[in-house]
Ligand binder design. Structure first.
Ligand code: 13P
Ligand code: SF4
Length: 302
């Protein structure tokens, strides 16, 4: 089948089987084109909760499909490729978080949305990379245990110096490996091009950026900027999406290593196969997990 034939069949099956297809912004163009919604994980799960469809198909990683299921418990939720997981979401076990909470009694436990639903059941507040600074600023507690990404945590700490932070030394293996040296080199190669980076990058890299924000924030920054050239310090799919949106402008990847292998796992044949019922995985969570993780996720409403 060609890409176009496969996309046409996916669009037909979505309708026939009453399925809403979600694609995280790190998915490839062929998948984005057949999705009903594209965006960051929280935006996708809130949008999925508003649609009338019987089922939802998530093209992204496992914690995102779990978030969709928790916010839409009445819908059948599928993950298009069951092998796609976010390594950061699984860096802390339940035993680890129980020990950390003992070590930091009385601290507000703040979970980045990139965590498993089981981990969220132990946390007080959930944040995204867009909401983290404001959410932490609003907390009544002065002491904050921020998990699992210490780079995002360090970024929040710089914006909210009045709080006292404890971190777990986790993070995104893809964003965290970008070096300040690489950032300086790409800036030298493209003088005048603003550098936009994700806060999952290290403090040494975010310190060199003209803009720091979530994937949605970086895309908004690019849309609103009149710069002809821009350097993008997040997953390289964003470079491609911006190039399609603004073909007259130039977007450069901070480094070609900024590729998330888990996000790349999902393919257009996986989307078709899941709709045909030959692959994909239905997300099943027990009632206690759904209930407790939902309380944590509900704090995202602000
Ligand atoms: P956003 O919430 O910025 O979309 O980030 C998701 C992610 O996995 C970043 O690596
Ligand atoms: Fe997880 Fe990093 Fe991949 Fe995002 S880019 S899904 S945080 S491993």
């Amino acid at each position: 089948m060609t890409i176009a034939e496969m996309q046409a069949e996916i669009i037909r099956l979505k309708k026939e089987k009453d399925v809403c297809v979600l694609a995280h912004s790190y998915q490839t163009r062929d998948i984005i084109e057949v999705a009903d919604f594209t965006g960051d994980s929280y935006k996708l799960s809130t949008l999925a909760a508003t649609v009338k469809n019987r089922a939802v198909l998530m093209c992204g990683v496992r914690f995102m499909a779990e978030t969709v299921k928790i916010l839409s418990p009445e819908k059948t939720v599928y993950l298009a490729n069951p092998a796609a997981g976010c390594p950061m979401a699984e860096q802390l076990s339940e035993e680890d978080i129980v020990l950390l909470k003992k070590k930091y009694p009385g601290y507000a436990v703040v979970a980045y949305i990139n965590t498993t639903s089981r981990l969220k059941t132990h946390c007080d507040v959930c944040v995204t990379s867009s909401s983290a600074v404001e959410a932490v600023r609003r907390l009544p507690q002065k002491d904050v245990l921020f998990i699992p990404d210490c780079n995002l945590g360090a970024y929040v700490k710089r914006q909210v110096p009045e709080k006292n932070f404890a971190f777990f030394s986790g993070g995104c293996p893809i964003h965290a490996r970008v070096t300040a040296r690489q950032a300086r080199a790409v800036k030298e190669a493209h003088p005048g091009a603003p550098l936009a980076v994700h806060p999952e990058c290290t403090p040494e890299v975010t310190a060199l950026a003209d803009y720091v924000g979530s994937t949605a924030g970086i895309m908004k920054f690019a849309r609103e900027s009149d710069a002809r050239e821009m350097i993008i310090g997040t997953e390289t799919s964003i470079v491609q999406h911006l190039a399609f949106e603004f073909p007259e402008r130039r977007f450069y990847a901070l480094t070609k290593e900024l590729i998330c292998p888990n996000m790349r796992l999902t393919t257009l044949p996986d989307v078709l196969g899941t709709l045909r019922g030959v692959c994909g995985e239905e997300i099943i969570l027990d009632a206690e997990t759904m209930d407790k993780a939902r309380k944590c996720l509900d704090t995202l409403k602000g």
